[in-house]
Design a protein around this ligand. Structure first.
Ligand SMILES: [Cu+2]
Length: 461
């Protein structure tokens, strides 16, 4: 995976030209860059305008701009896209400029930005700048503050960025469908003074979710809660790249939530602080140490930590959200020896799959035939075998010897001697147990409801 990171200039970013707009309009419109690779594209230093430290969008990229008479001009194209969710599965989504989520928009406090939005979807759209303080008429709410952007048309939004912060953009037209289809992106306003809120590495991603039937590629847009693909920037583990840092560096993660439920994001290893929300930066005196922070729907949380060497899991703590394409109809089979039954059913239904009788870990290493275009429930392999995770999971990889600005996957962590859990092979004393039969010898006792016996006694006559 390490060789898949490159500057987006070198990655062959293509330009769509302006086929959808008139000849006269084309002269005025900035070209729309497009990117279809799901690999993290580390942005170059800003070529013009106020300096800032670029955000690294996890499995994403940042939108180039052009300066015109002191205004930063961006061009978003809303359009159908094909997104690889993880190797082995692609989804037909809607997004911006070739990808879902769309590219990150980055600008600086005090900048005047002009954002052209061209609609190449089969229906109307609009863009709301979630959390950005704009004049009401630039807020992008279809019907309320503007007419819809009709199919094939281009709208222009223009405003001055009032204060630094971490924001998102998404449609405010047929929202349920358009967000379920993957239309969203990050909008970062860097501080005017680049020494403010300075960190060594600044990562960002959006929590999103899809309901895509195994074997198909288009999300079911009416699903409200029962999604089967829990993703970061429309990628599921092991498709999510690691977050890389050097020991001792100050690292920030900016995490937004545009799913239909909350996600308690938990990081192993270094403790962190919540340093910002979409409302702004948290004053130092109001920050507290954390290992898990809940990110509500429509919220943004910035967390910061001092990197400690190791491979540290970072994941949503709702354990169903670290699973891929999970069938919730699967019955719990722990303790049930169903090998005979499963064999018989498999002869009738070749794709039949049951939960393991010893839990589900074995499924992580099973290579059973899957329908085309879906992901195994839990997957991803580490240096010690299957990780047994999918969905909203990645690894913070911190190394002592990493060069500044190197974002490539450094491979597995080499644990210093004496710091690795291992099997105990010497003699074990018999564990002392409380009196009573072992669990395996216990018979199941069914206790009837208290009132039942008395009632039965009456009728027994
Ligand atoms: Cu979650």
């Amino acid at each position: 995976m390490s060789n898949r990171r490159h500057f987006f200039r070198a990655a062959g970013a293509t330009f769509l030209g302006a086929a959808a707009v008139s000849r006269a309009g084309a002269a005025l419109l900035p070209e729309a860059a497009s990117q279809t690779s799901p690999a993290t594209q580390v942005p170059p230093s800003p070529p013009n305008g106020r300096p800032f430290q670029p955000l690294v969008t996890l499995n994403g990229w940042s939108l180039p701009w052009r300066m015109k008479d002191g205004v930063k001009e961006f061009h978003l194209v809303a359009e159908p896209v094909v997104r690889e969710i993880a190797p082995g599965m692609t989804a037909r989504l809607w997004g911006y400029n070739g990808s879902s989520p769309g590219p990150t928009i980055e600008a600086v406090e005090g900048d005047r930005v002009r954002i052209f939005v061209t609609n190449r979807l089969p229906e109307v759209t609009s863009v709301h700048w979630h959390g950005v303080q704009v004049p009401s008429g630039m807020d992008g709410v279809t019907g309320l503050t503007q007419p819809p952007i009709e199919v094939g048309k281009t709208f222009m939004y223009e405003f001055v960025l009032q204060r630094p912060g971490t924001h998102m953009y998404h449609p405010h037209a047929d929202e349920m469908v358009q967000m379920a289809m993957g239309m969203m992106g990050l909008f970062i306003i860097h501080p005017r003074d680049p020494r403010q809120h300075r960190v060594d590495r600044d990562y960002g991603f959006i929590l999103n979710a899809y309901d895509i039937d195994p074997g198909s590629a288009t999300p079911r847009v009416n699903t409200m809660l029962d999604f089967n693909l829990w993703t970061w920037n429309s990628r599921a583990f092991p498709g999510i790249e690691p977050l890389v840092a050097r020991t001792g560096e100050r690292v920030r993660l900016r995490i937004g939530n545009l799913t239909m439920t909350n996600h308690p994001i938990h990081m192993h290893g270094p403790h962190f602080e919540v340093t910002g929300t979409d409302g702004g930066w948290v004053p130092r005196s109001a920050r507290w140490p954390e290992v898990t922070t809940d990110i509500g729907v429509g919220q943004m949380r910035c967390i910061e930590f001092d990197a400690l060497a190791g491979d540290w899991a970072i994941h949503c703590h709702k354990s169903h959200h670290t699973m891929n394409a999970m069938g919730h109809g699967v019955p719990t089979m722990i303790g049930v020896d169903h090998r005979d039954v499963a064999d018989k059913i498999t002869r009738l239904i070749p794709d039949y799959m049951v939960m393991g009788d010893r839990g589900m870990h074995d499924m992580a290493q099973m290579h059973m035939p899957l329908p085309d275009n879906t992901l195994p429930m839990m997957t991803g392999t580490g240096p010690f075998g299957p990780v047994g995770m999918g969905g909203m999971f990645s690894v913070v990889k911190v190394r002592d010897d990493l060069a500044r600005g190197d974002y490539r996957d450094p491979g597995a962590y080499r644990h210093p001697a004496g710091t690795l859990a291992s099997e105990y092979t010497a003699e074990l004393p018999e564990p002392a147990r409380a009196a009573g039969p072992a669990a395996s010898e216990q018979t199941l006792k069914v206790r009837k409801p208290a009132g039942h016996e008395g009632h039965e006694g009456h009728e027994g006559h």
